[in-house]
Design a protein around this ligand. Structure first.
Ligand SMILES: [Zn+2]
Length: 326
C-alpha cells in the first residue's frame, strides 16, 4: 500500500505540475508573438507623434525686405495671409485620385471619336494624372474639396468645352467636350496631327478639371479662368499660341492665358503655393482683391504693374481706367 500510495502521490504530483504548466502556457500563448511591454491605460499614454506636414503646408517666413523693382527676389512680407484653421490634414498631392472618372460618348459614329482615341489612347490614365497636377499646384496646403465623380461627355456641340455639377449633386462633376472641336482643332484627320491634337485636348481637359476642383466663391470670371490656365501653364500643357500680354490696370483679370501668365509670374516671384493661397482664400470666404495684398504685401494693381515692367509689356496704369477693376 505504501508503494501504491507513493506511486499515486507521484502521479498526482506529476498531474498537478502538468496542469500548472498548462495553466502557465495557456495564459502566455495569447501573447507569444507579442513582445511589447505592458501598455499603460490609453488616457495616460504619452502623445503620439503627429504626421509629418506635407512640404509647403506652412507658409515660409520672410528673410529680407524687398529690394525695389526686383520682383523675382522679393520675399514674402510680414503681412502674410493667415489661412483659416483646418480640421483636416492635407493629403499628399501624389495620392491616388480619390474619385472615379466616367466616359460618355453620345454620338459614337462622330468622326471625332476615332480621332480622340487615336490621339489619346492613354485617356484612362491621363485623367488621374491631370488630377495630380492640380492637387500639386492648388492644394499643397490643404485637401481639395470633395468630388465624388467626374464624367467626361464627348458630344457634338458648339464651342470647346465646359464644366458643370450635376443637378442633384454638385460633387458629381461633368466635363462636356465638343466632338466638333476635337475634329476641327488641329486641322484635319491626318495622323500627323495626332501630337497637336493630343497636346490641345490634354490642355483643355486639364483646364476643365481645374474647374471641377477649384474654389470660386465670389470670384471674378477672369480669375477663375486665369487659375485654370495657370495650372495648364505650370503643368506643361499650355497652348503653343499663348503669349504674355499686358494691358490696363484691371486687365490682370482679363482671364485665360493673360491672367494665367500673370499668376505664373506671381508663383515665380513669391514662391510655390502662392496661387494655391489665392484659391484657398475662397474655401470659406468670398473672394476679395485684398487677398493679393495679404499674401504678397502688395495690392493686385501694383503687382500687375510690376509684372508688366518685368516683361516690358505694354499698358497704361493711370487712374483713367479704374472701371476696369475686377
Ligand atoms: Zn474655363
Amino acid at each position: 500500500m505504501g508503494f501504491f500510495h507513493e506511486k499515486v502521490s507521484r502521479i498526482v504530483s506529476i498531474v498537478k505540475d502538468e496542469l500548472s504548466k498548462q495553466g502557465v502556457s495557456s495564459s502566455s500563448h495569447q501573447h507569444s508573438s507579442d513582445h511589447r511591454p505592458p501598455q499603460p491605460p490609453f488616457h495616460s499614454r504619452p502623445p503620439q507623434p503627429q504626421a509629418t506636414p506635407f512640404p509647403g503646408s506652412t507658409r515660409p517666413t520672410p528673410h529680407h525686405p524687398p529690394p525695389p523693382n526686383d520682383p523675382r527676389s522679393y520675399q514674402l512680407t510680414q503681412t502674410l495671409y493667415t489661412p483659416p484653421p483646418m480640421a483636416t490634414t492635407a493629403s499628399s498631392p501624389t495620392a491616388p485620385c480619390p474619385y472615379p472618372f466616367h466616359l460618355r460618348i453620345e454620338t459614337l459614329s462622330h468622326p471625332a471619336v476615332a480621332l480622340l482615341f487615336r490621339a489619346l489612347p492613354h485617356l484612362p490614365t491621363l485623367l488621374p494624372q491631370l488630377h495630380t497636377i492640380i492637387t500639386t499646384l492648388l492644394y499643397p496646403h490643404h485637401p481639395p474639396p470633395e468630388v465624388r465623380s467626374v464624367t467626361l461627355f464627348i458630344r457634338p456641340m458648339p464651342g470647346v468645352a465646359y464644366t458643370t455639377g450635376t443637378r442633384l449633386d454638385e460633387a458629381h462633376k461633368e466635363i462636356h467636350l465638343s466632338a466638333d472641336y476635337i475634329l476641327s482643332c488641329c486641322h484635319g484627320s491626318d495622323p500627323s496631327t495626332d501630337a497637336a491634337r493630343r497636346a490641345e485636348i490634354e490642355g483643355v481637359l486639364l483646364h476643365e478639371l481645374v474647374h471641377c476642383l477649384q474654389f470660386s466663391k465670389g470670384c471674378p470670371g477672369g480669375l477663375i479662368e486665369g487659375i485654370a490656365d495657370f495650372v495648364r501653364l505650370r503643368g506643361g500643357k499650355g497652348a503653343k499660341h499663348w503669349k504674355r500680354e499686358g494691358g490696363k490696370k484691371g486687365d490682370w483679370c482679363g482671364g485665360y492665358s493673360r491672367t494665367g501668365y500673370f499668376l505664373d509670374w506671381l508663383e515665380e516671384s513669391y514662391g510655390p503655393g502662392t496661387v494655391a493661397w489665392v484659391n484657398e482664400s475662397m474655401r470659406e470666404k468670398k473672394y476679395s482683391d485684398e487677398v493679393f495684398r495679404d499674401i504678397t504685401g502688395t495690392g493686385v494693381h501694383g503687382l500687375w504693374k510690376r509684372y508688366k515692367r518685368t516683361y516690358e509689356l505694354e499698358g497704361r496704369d493711370d487712374g483713367s481706367d479704374d472701371e476696369r477693376d475686377c
